[in-house]
Design a protein around this ligand. Structure first.
Ligand code: NAI
Ligand code: MG
Length: 351
């Protein structure tokens, strides 16, 4: 095989971000060691700490530099809730969302799997193995809103959900394609079209139209409130869920809880056209309550690295990481291990 180099940007971020990212990088290097593909790393300091130190959120020059990489591995950003030194939402909007929008990460992929040996808070979870394809560039997250008379009794605040035929269609088609490649071949649209009628109709019509291209995939529909019921009472009914940015944000936290917690939930912010690098990150945040103590579970970051490998076409390496995680998780006894101990064990297993 011909050898090649993957140019990887690493954004460790704040809190436990650097701790879990270090383990994900360790595993990436271990699984590719001696193989034809080598990772070349470039680290970017960004996040709340970086803003406090420099006043920068995401300078255009940094954004341009990031565009030159093949992929991005991201930890987490954000200060402790209630920390008054950073305006609420600043880092989210000017850094994280700016990255997702500028790099056109229209597929926010969040797999949910209950691994053997992991305790679910559900008494009888059954087999849980589904993916949520969350739209990543539209919905209520575009900053399409404003405020009048802020702080007065006559305050007016708007936050308009933006849904384009183009944006909905490309993510729906991606979800159908993913469903067609899975054994159960089932897609569920989650929305709220009885109340959010205009956006809801666009989503529903788009699913009906794209479904014709995928006759082997069955599809159904759930209102988002009903979807939260089934996620708890019967999560095994789901295979591929496609939904908008906000609903996807909320139901994937629930999905993470049902499948054993936020320490295991991985995600990818994917640009399927390849025009810009895709970015892979654990679903969790910077966890200021346990930061710097080597208490964080790096598994979500490591599974995000597996998604990164798969996105780059390194399927064998991705599967090796996922198998190693599966074995590690199954062997967990409840005895606490440090973040690095977990990372070392998984890195050793893929070497
Ligand atoms: P969080 O996900 O950071 O933490 C929630 C709870 O889960 C905490 O008790 C934390 O200790 C625990 N936890 C999270 N990850 C864990 C891990 N790997 N292992 C073990 N326990 C873990 O959410 P929170 O507390 O709401 O937010 C903290 C900061 O993170 C905020 O500034 C928030 O804005 C930011 N955030 C950033 C995200 C990102 O960078 N993509 C996503 C979510 C939140
Ligand atoms: Mg969230």
């Amino acid at each position: 095989e011909e050898s090649s180099t993957v140019s990887l940007a690493v954004i460790p971020g704040d809190g436990i971000g650097p701790e879990v990212t270090a383990e994900a990088v360790k595993v990436l290097l271990a699984v590719t060691d001696g193989g034809p593909v080598q990772f070349e790393l470039a680290e970017y300091p960004l996040g709340a700490e970086h803003w406090l130190a420099t006043g920068e959120t995401l300078p255009d020059s940094t954004l341009e530099a990031l565009k030159g990489h093949d992929a991005i591995l991201f930890g987490a950003v954000g200060a402790a809730p209630g920390d008054k030194s950073i305006p609420s939402g600043l880092i989210e909007r000017e850094m994280l969302l700016k990255l997702r929008f500028s790099l056109d990460h229209y597929v926010n992929l969040r797999p949910s799997r209950l691994y053997p040996g992991v305790a679910s808070p559900l008494a009888t979870p059954g087999t849980v193995d589904f993916i949520v394809v969350r739209e990543g560039t539209e919905g209520p997250y575009t900053g399409n809103g404003g405020v009048l008379r802020e702080g007065t009794p006559h305050e007016v605040a708007t936050e308009v959900s933006l849904n384009t035929a183009y944006g909905v269609e490309r993510v729906v088609r991606d979800a159908f394609r993913r469903a067609s490649e899975r054994p159960r071949k089932k897609l569920t649209l989650v929305h709220k079209h009885n109340v959010l009628v205009y956006a809801g109709r666009l989503w529903k019509r788009t699913v009906e139209r794209v479904a014709v291209e995928f006759p082997e995939v069955s599809h159904d529909y759930l209102h988002v409130d009903a979807a939260t019921i089934f996620m708890v009472t019967d999560p095994s009914r789901f295979d591929v869920i496609v939904t908008d940015n906000l609903f996807g944000d909320i139901i994937t936290d629930l999905a993470a809880a049902v499948t054993g917690g936020i320490g295991l939930a991985a995600s990818g912010n994917i640009n399927m056209d390849g025009t810009f690098p895709s970015m892979f990150e654990p679903v969790h945040g910077s966890a200021p309550d346990i930061a710097g103590q080597q208490k964080a579970d790096p598994t979500a970051a490591i599974l995000s690295a597996a998604l990164l490998l798969r996105h780059l076409g390194l399927e064998k390496e991705a599967v090796r990481v996922e198998r190693a995680v599966e074995d590690d998780v199954a062997a967990r006894t409840g005895k606490p291990r440090t973040t690095a101990e977990v990372g070392n064990a998984i890195a050793a297993a893929v070497s």
